[in-house]
Design a protein around this ligand. Structure first.
Ligand code: THU
Length: 133
């Protein structure tokens, strides 16, 4: 039997590539696509702080621009198991709404918490709110 993908371990691997020289807060994200592929992302910071991008958005943009559009799960690994920021919640709503979200504390990876974007962002602004759509 094939081993199921360990998406928690994948997020921790992704985190190793975080570029966080300013905050020192490294975050890794791993998406499991409906097709079973795994796509990684990690946060990338800039000396012009506002240009920095979170791990979740890097992972989603990486997946979308690699041709993946539907996702089963996203694991997010950080010290303390932080939930996604508001900007990432918006992008998750628009591009990974059905993904189970798994929040991983890198010091306790064996007991992640599970949530979803409807819980984290219950009344989102979406494309259908725009008159032209
Ligand atoms: N960060 C993420 O990568 N994901 C989040 O959900 C919250 C914050 C990053 C952004 C920045 O590089 C660092 O963590 C500190 O805010």
């Amino acid at each position: 039997m094939n081993n199921p993908t360990n998406i928690v371990a994948e997020a921790m691997k992704a985190r190793e590539f975080a570029q966080a020289p300013y905050s020192k807060f490294k975050v890794g994200a791993a998406l499991l696509t409906d097709a079973g592929a795994v796509v990684h992302g990690a946060n990338v910071e800039s000396a012009s702080y506002g240009l920095s991008c979170c791990a979740e958005r890097v992972a989603i943009f990486n997946a979308l621009t690699s041709g993946y559009h539907s996702f089963q799960k996203m694991a997010i690994a950080s010290e303390g198991g932080a939930a996604p920021c508001g900007a990432c919640r918006q992008i998750i709503t628009e591009y990974a709404a059905n993904a189970e979200l798994i929040l991983v504390d890198v010091n306790q990876p064996e007991s992640p918490s599970h949530t979803n974007i409807r819980t984290l962002l219950p009344d989102p602004f979406i494309g259908k709110n725009l008159p032209s759509n």
